[in-house]
Write a protein that binds this ligand. Structure first.
Ligand code: SF4
Ligand code: SF4
Length: 211
């Protein structure tokens, strides 16, 4: 008797297990049991379908500036003027290797504004050339002007000024004196002329506004 001639078989499509039985009812039961226990089938059921990571779309490019871009924007004129450099603009140096100078006698040339050129600024105060630091530093100021190359630093102008326009400024290496009366508060001048009148070498010249 050929036993296998009456058998029926079932092959699990998931795991390939072969089930054989001659009784089709029994084979169906075996199929049900196997399908419930088949590890491959169970894995396919419980394993979530892998999700393909979705790349987030790049932010839209705006052709108009947004508010978040204002930090990269240059400061407005109002913002820039709200934060001036401490002590005012300085574009010249009092140090150098200049040797092209000689001691100059007073008085200051009252016509210097038409003869000299502005060479730069020191803490917001104009400096009129020629300059060749440290031995030649020019005439300083716009309304309260002092020829620093003549000044002997006796301090009479500083003592005479009722509104404290001046403060000492070191000028090491200058042949006439190694400090000068710096008119840092020039805008406070009340044009009393006291400094001009007391200066021994007459190196101070006061210009009323607009002169
Ligand atoms: S003119 Fe009078 S207020 Fe002006 S800097 Fe000279 S002393 Fe001071
Ligand atoms: S009074 Fe004349 S010489 Fe004396 S510190 Fe003043 S500017 Fe210089």
């Amino acid at each position: 008797m050929n036993i296998l001639s009456d058998t029926m078989e079932y092959i699990c499509e998931s795991c390939g297990t072969l089930l054989i039985h001659s009784n089709p009812v029994t084979l169906d039961s075996m199929k049900d049991v196997h399908n419930q226990l088949c590890s491959v089938k169970r894995q396919n059921i419980v394993t979530p379908v892998p999700q393909v990571p979705q790349k987030s779309a790049p932010p839209a490019v705006s052709t108009t500036p947004s508010q978040s871009q204002t930090a990269l924007s240059p400061p407005s004129a109002e913002q820039a003027s709200a934060a001036p450099a401490p002590g005012g603009q300085t574009t010249i140096s009092l140090t150098g290797s200049g040797t092209n100078y000689s001691k100059i006698e007073g008085p200051i040339d009252p016509e210097f504004k038409s003869k000299r050129q502005i060479k730069g600024m020191y803490q917001g105060i104009k400096v009129w050339g020629p300059i060749d630091p440290p031995g030649q530093v020019g005439i300083w100021g716009t309304e309260v002007t002092v020829d620093f190359d003549i000044c002997i630093a006796d301090g009479a102008c500083i003592e005479a000024c009722p509104v404290n326009v001046f403060e000492w400024l070191d000028t090491p290496g200058h042949p006439a004196s190694e400090k000068k009366p710096f008119m840092i508060r020039e805008k406070d001048c009340i044009f009393c002329m006291a400094c001009e009148n007391v200066c021994p070498p007459q190196c101070v010249k006061i210009f009323q506004k607009g002169q």
